[in-house]
Design a protein around this ligand. Structure first.
Ligand code: SF4
Length: 658
């Protein structure tokens, strides 16, 4: 059965690139709640209390279970916390809560060996479990490399044996920021390095006939994370393995940013049919994570039983590499969209009051009646769609208007105004715009007779829609076909949504999660020259913000400061939510800077490499400040740390007054 499952992988890393099909993994028992196989995608999270605070941890765990967590992870930084897991477990049982517990281990094999006798699962990080990490650049000969592996095997095998004896499962949880020196020396901090880091530990487990494994490949950069999971699956399949996948984006942040970033990473993989459990890491209360994770996972409940293929047979172009970012090559239309331009944003204002200039604030243009001019923000959209509505005021010069073609034809002044055609209209159109023509179509149209009739020139831009349930794969198949036909037409990806508030998740949150999945998944593969979110039930300003958030999370267009903040856990020695807000309040105008805010350094300075600056807990009341991976100031008092951080940013010439 397993080998049949493995052979069925045709998309290199997933069952199908053109439809939804869940990759079947090995079922792993974790207490009474099995994971993998045909089980539902499980929801989990991690406590933020001090593990020595038994009652606080128990009460938070129960709140998390009530919010939907099926497993609860608790940090065990040393033996005493590992031992206290027994008290936590006993108290939970006393209160009727049998949720499987997971001990989170970094650096401390002895704590892992205690915890593995108590809880249902342990998580080890191969980057810091018995492996060296001094953050040095070291060279290893083959013999030295193998010698290190032998040494790790000796240190790791007692834990594996305990897990076997006690029926405890294990997550091998690789983190992009904390790869060992040995892995870094051979592979760098690449998806390949992350995969090898886990594979070495998996091979050791298999050598000891232990198979109760779950694997994760987390990063704060959704693109790296997606590439690493995909490469992991291909690598596992090549070695005859199909262990369940735990999906997560680390340090995703909070609010809109956290939800969008998580969805870009987790949602993209779920669309690929990968993932058996989800943990969303938000810098919020842990109970806030489960509804978000559930909203992401539940979307696939209906799809899980069947493979929905697109209506056309597609060929994956050779040029598509799911493990490396490459932007699809397009021409630049009207020196505005496509080519090397950042992805453009379209906002639908066709139902807005077009008699009031102030409505353009939703699009990022603030009208000043005194000066009679618009001020453009960093987050100003590029196009508004007005359908057949004519505004009674002048638009800012840099905001393009899109009209349905019949209305556009009748405009007296067409400056900055462009037509939107159906495929049918464009095939037979007599009057076209000399600079930019948008043509709306669906993937299925590529194989139709109409498509072969449309004229191609460099004024043409496609607006790609879909009504397929597995819309991301449907639209991805369109891009594959364009590559096959060698068509360099820029494409605006459009998705339409209708949401209502649900008990656990608002309409806006649903938009953030699903649009980030659907559009973000394509953008991180390099597809799309623009995005258009059509969501009539959501305020236009929120649609604008979501659109920019998706481009920011996919790193395709940076419009604000990025915060890489951890969710906090029992290791955290300061209030992360409060600190993140405080740092945000003084730095949110520093567009393009990435600031990491971490409770501790277990995820390593690798995460800092992705950030420009780091603010990291170093001990009670102490913060260490980083520039990239480099420590700049150690053990700064908490009350001075933010000023010191701003001082470092200023010294580097990156500070601007708000
Ligand atoms: S980085 Fe944050 S969540 Fe991760 S172990 Fe440290 S304090 Fe806990």
């Amino acid at each position: 059965m397993e080998s049949e499952i493995i052979k069925s992988l045709t998309g290199r890393y997933c069952n199908s690139l053109s439809g939804y099909s869940r990759w079947l993994t090995r079922e792993v028992a974790i207490g009474d709640i099995p994971m993998g196989g045909v089980n539902p995608i499980r929801i989990q999270s991690m406590t933020t209390t001090d593990t020595m605070d038994t009652i606080g941890t128990v009460e938070q765990t129960i709140r998390m279970v009530n919010a939907g967590c099926e497993y609860v992870r608790i940090t065990a930084p040393s033996i005493k916390e590992a031992q206290n897991l027994a008290n936590i477990k006993a108290e939970l049982l006393k209160r009727g809560c049998k949720v499987p517990l997971v001990a989170d281990i970094h650096f401390t094999p002895n704590a892992a060996e205690v915890a593995a006798r108590i809880v249902e699962k342990v998580r080890v990080n191969p980057g810091n479990y018995a492996d060296k990490k001094k953050f040095d650049q070291l060279d290893y000969t083959d013999a030295e490399y193998q010698g290190e592996l032998d040494r790790i095997f000796q240190k790791f095998s007692p834990l594996v044996k305990i897990c076997k004896d006690y029926g405890t499962a294990m997550r091998i949880g690789t983190n992009h920021g904390s790869l060992s020196d040995r892995i870094m020396s051979r592979y760098g901090d690449t998806p390949k390095g992350m995969v090898e880091s886990a594979m070495e530990f998996i091979r050791m487990c298999e050598a000891l006939n232990y198979y109760s494994l779950v694997i994760s490949m987390k990063s704060s950069n959704p693109q790296v994370m997606v590439q690493a999971y995909r490469l992991l699956v291909e690598t596992m399949v090549a070695e005859g393995m199909n262990y369940p996948l735990h999906l997560g984006v680390t340090e995703a942040g909070d609010g809109e940013d956290g939800r969008i970033k998580s969805a870009v990473g987790i949602g993209t993989l779920l669309e690929d049919g990968l993932g058996d459990t989800v943990r969303v890491s938000l810098t919020e209360e842990p109970e806030a994570e489960a509804p978000v994770a559930k909203a992401l996972a539940n979307r696939y409940e209906r799809r899980a039983v069947s493979v929905v293929e697109t209506t056309t047979q597609i060929t994956v172009p050779e040029i598509f590499n799911p493990y490396e970012y490459r932007k699809r090559e397009t021409y630049e239309a009207n020196t505005f969209i496509g080519g090397h331009m950042v992805p453009r944003i379209v906002l639908d204002l066709s139902k807005a009051n077009l008699k009031d200039q102030a409505i353009l604030a939703d699009a990022g243009y603030l009208y000043s009646p005194i000066l009679d001019k618009y001020n453009m923000a960093d987050r100003s959209v590029d196009f508004v769609y007005l359908a057949d509505q004519l505004p009674s005021f002048n638009f800012p010069g840099n905001l393009k208007q899109i009209y349905n073609q019949a209305t556009w034809q009748k405009l007296e002044n067409k400056a900055n105004c462009h037509p939107l055609f159906t495929l049918n209209e464009y095939a037979d159109a007599s009057g076209k715009c000399t600079s930019l023509n948008l043509v709306s179509l669906k993937p299925v149209d590529l194989s139709g007779e109409l498509f072969s009739r449309i004229p191609f020139d460099e004024t043409l831009v496609f607006v790609l829609e879909t009504s397929a349930e597995n819309g991301m794969a449907d639209q991805r198949s369109f891009f594959f076909q364009l590559e096959q036909f060698d068509l360099k037409v820029p494409v605006i990806i459009k998705r339409s949504y209708e949401f209502a508030d649900q008990p656990d998740v608002t309409a806006l949150e649903q938009l953030q999660l699903y649009a980030a999945t659907d559009l973000g998944g394509l953008l991180i593969d390099g597809f799309g020259d623009g995005i258009w979110i059509d969501a009539p039930s959501i305020k236009a300003a929120d649609v604008t913000s979501t659109s920019f958030g998706i481009l920011q999370a996919t790193r395709s267009r940076i419009s604000k400061t990025e915060y890489i903040s951890c969710p906090s856990c029992g290791r955290t020695l300061f209030d992360l939510q409060e600190t993140t807000q405080m740092i945000r309040s003084r730095t949110s105008h520093l567009k393009g800077l990435k600031i990491a805010i971490m409770g501790c350094i277990v995820n390593g300075p690798g995460e800092m490499a992705d950030a420009n600056y780091g603010y990291v807990g170093a001990g009670p009341g102490k913060i260490t400040l980083y520039r990239g991976k480099e420590v700049v100031k150690k053990n700064v008092n908490t009350d001075q740390a933010l000023d010191e951080l701003i001082g470092i940013i200023s010294t580097d010439g990156n500070w601007i007054e708000p």
